[in-house]
Design a protein around this ligand. Structure first.
Ligand code: CA
Length: 195
């Protein structure tokens, strides 16, 4: 059997290819690792060996900003409603279709100071308060509101809705004007409008 002979002319491009492959692997982050027993193993690139081109691109990438801004209230204010006063002007103008929110914040009041004492803004149904002098019959001493000359509506601890009236928001205790004399206390509410 004859020894295989490779012409010297072939060695030059083969060595060149080996050198080129070595350079390419080095550019990609591959490294040579010594083994035990002796040998050579090519180690693939890891996250800690990131090509310089990628590192430089990181400074170009900026975080995405949120495209939606939080919904804001067009109006947000607080108002103190006196128990012994008729309709009280909040100074807040409500437009038809607004999202209106009136929320109890603090305070106590009573529609009859002799009894049963101070309490919150919702007395619930009260069948005895059916006199036509009550803005809302059957809901004596609860917090109520109306918009402009619109129909009175109950608020109690909270009202959330889309009014069909346009005008100034008025608030009061649901009591007859002629019976306000024995009322006491006040209720503070937060009024919010989104439009
Ligand atoms: Ca009263």
């Amino acid at each position: 059997m004859k020894d295989a002979k490779i012409p010297i002319g072939w060695l030059i491009p083969i060595v060149g290819l080996i050198l080129l492959l070595g350079w390419f692997l080095d550019q990609q982050g591959w490294r040579v690792s010594k083994l035990n027993p002796p040998g050579i193993e090519l180690v693939p690139p890891t996250a800690s060996v990131v090509p310089q081109s990628i590192q430089s691109n990181q400074s170009i990438v900026t975080p995405l900003l949120p495209t939606l801004t939080p919904l804001a209230w067009a109006i947000e204010t607080s108002f103190i409603v006196q128990a012994n006063q008729p309709w009280q002007n909040t100074g807040v103008e409500v437009r038809r279709g607004d999202s209106l929110e009136i929320v109890y914040s603090s305070g106590q009041w009573t529609g009859r100071s002799s009894s049963p004492g101070l309490s919150g803004p919702d007395f619930g149904p009260s069948p005895e308060n059916t006199d036509e002098c009550y803005p809302i019959r059957g809901e004596g001493s609860s917090l109520i509101g109306k918009i402009g000359n619109g129909e009175p509506f109950k608020i109690g601890y909270q009202y959330v809705g889309n009014p069909t009236d346009t005008g100034i928001l008025l608030l009061r205790m649901n009591d007859c004007d002629k019976l306000l004399f024995d009322n006491a206390g006040s209720i503070t509410v937060t009024i919010r409008i989104r439009r």
